[in-house]
Design a binder for this molecule. Structure first.
Ligand code: PLP
Length: 279
């Protein structure tokens, strides 16, 4: 078992995978990424992740080096080489190496990186108890739908969460809850599952789509609209969705107890449905 890297068409030991200092990913954050995890050794929802990668690339006019079939082949090969029980796969695609200039040359070759590392799921006690979150102002740019490697606002948000010893920061823009720093946020209000609509203010999570689908299958009403910070505090239930967090109850926000302070029944149902779906 070993960490694996794939750089521009070849598998190399992770420690030897080097990118030029003139890479635009390094110079400008001019690149995109995806994070995929495996269940029972198989990448979950790889088609949806690759579709989002294509959307991000198109939005930034990045050259797409591989077809979905080729990406899939390299990801599967990386998983095979790493041989971990469960793996976390990062795909990173930057515009490539060019002399530093904000505007980019037409013929630049993209830099492709895939890494495969061991995935450690959250401890089941965390799932059972739920987590605490804090709200902060969403200071990100206006295209949060693009999964850009430019993650400075998210880095600062996660650092604040770490310092406050809470699990996640929930971002609030002009009074509306957008999403978490590394997750989407859903609330339950009177039996309805409510989450921010797709658009430029959130990353359209792969897990978000799966969970909304599960909610509909359960016969639960779903509304894609923004909720206010006050609605968040007053919600019957709050939970996060994401590749690494799956469906995770939030039981306290900014020190205020959500519901009765335990993962609520709808969150638990959707978490169980999600486990069945991925298993
Ligand atoms: N929102 C943000 C800002 C994220 O970074 C992530 C995942 O990393 C998500 C939402 C959840 O997306 P997904 O379910 O595709 O992992």
């Amino acid at each position: 078992m070993q960490d694996v890297a794939f750089l521009n068409g070849a598998f190399v030991p992770l420690a030897e995978a080097k990118v030029s200092i003139e890479d635009r990913g390094f110079q400008f954050g001019d690149g995109i990424y995806e994070v995929i995890r495996t269940y029972k050794g198989r990448p979950f929802a790889i088609e949806a992740h690759l579709a989002r990668l294509e959307r991000s690339a198109t939005a930034l006019d990045l050259t797409q080096p591989y077809s979905r079939a080729e990406w899939t082949r390299y990801v599967l090969e990386g998983i095979r080489r790493a041989a971990y029980p469960e793996a976390k796969i990062y795909i990173q695609l930057t515009r490539g190496v060019a002399p530093r200039d904000h505007a980019y040359p037409a013929d630049v070759t993209p830099t492709v990186v895939i890494t495969v590392r061991e995935f450690h799921p959250l401890d089941s006690s965390v799932q059972v108890a739920g987590v605490e979150a804090m709200t902060i102002e969403d200071i990100r740019w206006g295209r949060c739908d693009i999964k850009s490697v430019n993650l400075l606002a998210n880095v600062l948000a996660r650092q604040q969460a770490k310092q406050a010893q809470v699990f996640e920061t929930i971002l609030v823009k002009a009074g509306s809850v957008t999403e978490g720093a590394v997750s989407n946020v859903m609330v339950v209000q009177g039996g309805t599952v409510v989450t921010a609509p797709e658009g430029s203010r959130i990353l359209s999570g792969v897990t978000r789509a799966v969970v909304l689908d599960l909610a509909l299958s359960e016969g639960l009403p779903v509304q894609e609209r923004f909720v206010s910070q006050a609605d968040l505090y007053d919600a019957d239930e709050v939970f996060l969705t994401g590749t690494t967090v799956e469906v995770l109850a939030v039981v306290r926000v900014d020190g205020k107890i959500i519901g009765d302070g335990r993962p609520g029944p709808i969150t638990q149902r959707l978490a169980a449905d999600f486990t069945s779906r991925v298993g």
